[in-house]
Design a protein around this ligand. Structure first.
Ligand code: UT7
Length: 365
């Protein structure tokens, strides 16, 4: 099964997550914009999200250290480090190199991967291909985001959706018949304008009146429609490539963007709720981090059994989409745990966004 004939598939041998401690509830948001807990829960399933007091790479660092410990690996064992993010610390150098330095790894190739919220599924595909060619070179894939940095807190349709966080996974060669069985990736570029940060990058006018202003262009209904269509097609295609049926899937770990999107997708696939992992209520949409955070929590909650067949599926800016099927190995417990923590902070969610709210309130339209 699978098209990696003669080459090993990659298996996830370590997993970890990092959620910053500051919580921003729907009721907190309702004190600064025209929204309500009732509207947000009914339309999205989100109840609260985390706001980071540190940069993206620091969130990724803690998740990565925990994943390495779970795999029983040292940082220096890693031969390829992929940092999936749409909210990197810096553009130059890439954030993967900052992460590599902070991990203390001296030999890995390191690059950033930006496929929006689909980043981790794209990273998984690259990791699988790399392991197929270089089985002695473990891969660390990190999904880390500080997406709240982009938000305009006067825009209630987007501000309520996103949160910060990171998840990570270590990939090594699988036993025959296990690991990443199939992947299917794509991009509907014609719909890309539905979700873009316009005017940020070399397209921005550096010498204009206010170069610090940029806008998140967002058409929620169009993204919703494309998300259900693209993810359903990705799932059907990857299942067909793997010669599997929906009934063969033990657990789906979908991107967490909107609970209604997840439900529409799984209804379309004919999949019962008990096999669908959701944690959107607590964290909102953490973009490329949702799937590795979800996988980590599914393992912590005992929802991944040895030999389980897992479907991961996502969509995001681009509009990109992708799905992957993995057959889990025998081990569902971490080999060891890591005590790495973020630097302590006593700042609250509302306190962390207060400066941005003040900025947007006073900014000319
Ligand atoms: O990973 C990719 C990231 N993007 C997404 O996942 C977004 C996908 N889209 C969505 O999740 C949904 O389209 C939204 C949650 C963004 C919006 O839900 P919707 O059911 O499509 O609502 P809508 O845009 O049709 O708006 C319905 C109403 C509007 O008011 P009127 O025109 O009916 O008076 C909006 O102005 O809800 C209003 N509204 C809000 N009301 C209270 C929009 N945002 C809010 C809000 N609180 N936060």
């Amino acid at each position: 099964m699978g098209y990696y004939r003669g080459m090993p598939n990659a298996q996830i041998t370590g997993w970890g997550k990092c959620l910053p401690p500051a919580v921003l509830t729907n009721d907190d948001l309702a004190t600064v914009m025209d929204t309500s807990d009732e509207w947000i829960v009914e339309r999205t399933g989100i109840r609260e999200r985390r706001i980071s007091h540190v940069d993206t790479s620091e969130l990724g660092l803690v998740a990565a250290k925990r994943a390495l410990a779970a795999a029983g690996r040292d940082a220096d064992d890693i031969g390829l480090l992929i940092l999936c993010s749409a909210s990197p610390d810096l553009l130059i150098p890439n954030t993967a190199s900052r992460l590599q330095e902070r991990l203390g790894n001296k030999q890995a190739a390191a690059f950033d991967l930006n496929s929006g919220c689909t980043g981790f599924v794209y990273g998984l595909k690259v990791a699988n291909d790399h392991i197929g060619n270089y089985p002695d070179s473990p891969v660390l894939v990190v999904g880390a985001e500080r997406l709240t940095w982009y938000l305009d807190w006067t825009q209630r349709d987007t501000a309520v959706l996103f949160g910060d966080g990171a998840g990570a996974a270590v990939f090594e060669p699988a036993e025959p018949g296990q690991g990443v069985i199939e992947t299917h990736l794509g991009c509907e570029a014609a719909a890309g304008k539905a979700l873009m940060v316009a005017d940020f990058g070399t397209v921005m006018n550096r010498f204009g009146p206010d170069p610090t202003r940029f806008e998140l262009m967002f058409d929620g209904r169009e993204i919703f429609r494309q998300a259900v269509k693209g993810m359903a097609l990705a799932c059907q295609t990857v299942l067909a490539k793997a010669e599997l049926e929906v009934a063969d899937i033990d657990l789906v770990i979908p991107h967490q963007a909107n609970e209604r999107i997840i439900d529409a997708l799984t209804n379309r696939l004919g999949m019962d709720d008990a096999r669908v992992f959701k944690n959107i209520a607590q964290y909102g949409n953490t973009s490329s981090a949702t799937i590795p955070i979800g996988l980590t929590e599914a393992l912590e909650q005992g929802r991944v059994q040895p030999g389980a067949t897992i479907l991961m599926v996502a969509f995001g800016a681009g509009l990109t989409w992708g799905a992957a099927i993995m057959r889990w190995g025998d081990r569902t417990e971490a080999l060891s745990t890591c005590i790495a923590e973020l630097p302590p902070s006593n700042r609250t969610g509302p306190g962390l966004i207060a400066e941005a709210i003040e900025f947007f309130r006073n900014a000319p339209n």
